[in-house]
Design a protein around this ligand. Structure first.
Ligand SMILES: C[S@@+](CC[C@H](N)C(=O)[O-])C[C@H]1O[C@@H](n2cnc3c(N)ncnc32)[C@H](O)[C@@H]1O
Length: 247
C-alpha cells in the first residue's frame, strides 16, 4: 500500500492539523537543527508547513515527499524550498546527511521499521524522530470497527469539511489500521463529495522501541514528551527523540 497522502486528505491536511490545536513541533525541530550544521533531510515534508518556515529561519534542509499532491502544495507555497519527490524507501543519498528529520509520525507509516532504521543509520549519524502512542485506541476509549466523528473544519470557501475515523488495533504486534472518511458539505449541509483513505500504522511499546533502536545502531540522546507540554505524571502520547548513531 502506498503511504502517500492524496485527494482531500492531502488538500485538507494542514487545516485539520490546525483544528487539532496541538502544540506545533516546529520549535523542537528548530532547537535540534541548531546543533547540526550542514544539509539535513526532512522525510515526509508534506505541504511544507514546517519545512518552509524552517528554511526561512536559515536551516539547510531538503524535503523528501512521496505524494505528488503534497509536493505540488509545497512548491506552490514555498517555491524556493527544495523537495525531492520520492519515497524514503527508494531514496539513496550520495553522501551522509548532517541529520535526518522524521516528525509528525511519518515513520509509523513504514511497514518495516527495523530495515528503515538501518537505512537511516547508513545515511546519517543524527536522527530526529517523533512517534505517537495510541492510548485512546489501546484503552478502548475509542470504539473499534465503527465510524466515529473526529473533527470538522470550516473551509475558506464557507463549505464544511468533516473527518470520521474507524480503526482496528492489534496490540500484540503493534499494528493500527485507520480508515478516514472525508466529507465535503456545501453551506446547506448537503454532501458534495466523500473519500475514504486507509493508513496502516505501526506503534511501539517503550521496551520494544528501545530494543529496536539498540539493534539498529541508535542511542537516545534526548527525549521530549508530548511536544514539550507534559506534566510529570501525564501519559506519553507523543515522544520526540534525538538519536545518535552508536559506535
Ligand atoms: C502525517 S503527514 C506529515 C506531513 C508533514 N511532516 C507535516 O507535519 O506537515 C505524513 C507525510 O508523509 C508522506 N509520506 C508517507 N509515506 C512516505 C514515504 N514512504 N516516503 C516519503 N514520504 C512519505 C505523506 O504523503 C505525508 O505528506
Amino acid at each position: 500500500m502506498n503511504s502517500g497522502y492524496h485527494g482531500l486528505e492531502a488538500l485538507w491536511h494542514d487545516l485539520f492539523w490546525e483544528a487539532e490545536e496541538a502544540p506545533s513541533e516546529i520549535h523542537l525541530i528548530d532547537d535540534f537543527l541548531r546543533d547540526h550544521d550542514g544539509t539535513s533531510l526532512y522525510v515526509g515534508s508534506g505541504s511544507g508547513r514546517l519545512l518552509g518556515p524552517l528554511v526561512a529561519a536559515g536551516h539547510r534542509l531538503t524535503g523528501l515527499e512521496i505524494s505528488p499532491e503534497m509536493v505540488a502544495l509545497s512548491r506552490e507555497s514555498f517555491p524556493d524550498v527544495s523537495v525531492i519527490e520520492s519515497s524514503w524507501q527508494e531514496h539513496e543519498a550520495d553522501e551522509k546527511y548532517s541529520s535526518i528529520l522524521i516528525p509528525a509520525f511519518t515513520f509509523q507509516l513504514f511497514p518495516d521499521p527495523q530495515k528503515q532504521l538501518q537505512r537511516l543509520r547508513a545515511q546519517t549519524d543524527h536522527l530526529y524522530l517523533t512517534l505517537f502512542f495510541p492510548w485512546a485506541e489501546v484503552s478502548g476509549d475509542l470504539p473499534q470497527n465503527e465510524w466515529y466523528f473526529d473533527r470538522g473544519i470550516r473551509l475558506p470557501t464557507g463549505e464544511m469539511g468533516e473527518l470520521e475515523t474507524r480503526h482496528k488495533i492489534k496490540e500484540s504486534n503493534g499494528s493500527l489500521t485507520r480508515k478516514h472518511r472525508y466529507t465535503l458539505k456545501d453551506k446547506s449541509g448537503s454532501v458534495v463529495r466523500q473519500e475514504i483513505t486507509e493508513q496502516a500504522l505501526r506503534f511501539f511499546p517503550d521496551a520494544s522501541l528501545k530494543k529496536l533502536l539498540k539493534n539498529t545502531g541508535w542511542e537516545i540522546e534526548k527525549e521530549i514528551y508530548n511536544l514539550g507540554e507534559s506534566e510529570e505524571d501525564d501519559l506519553v502520547y507523543v515522544a520526540t527523540m534525538h538519536l545518535r548513531g552508536s559506535a
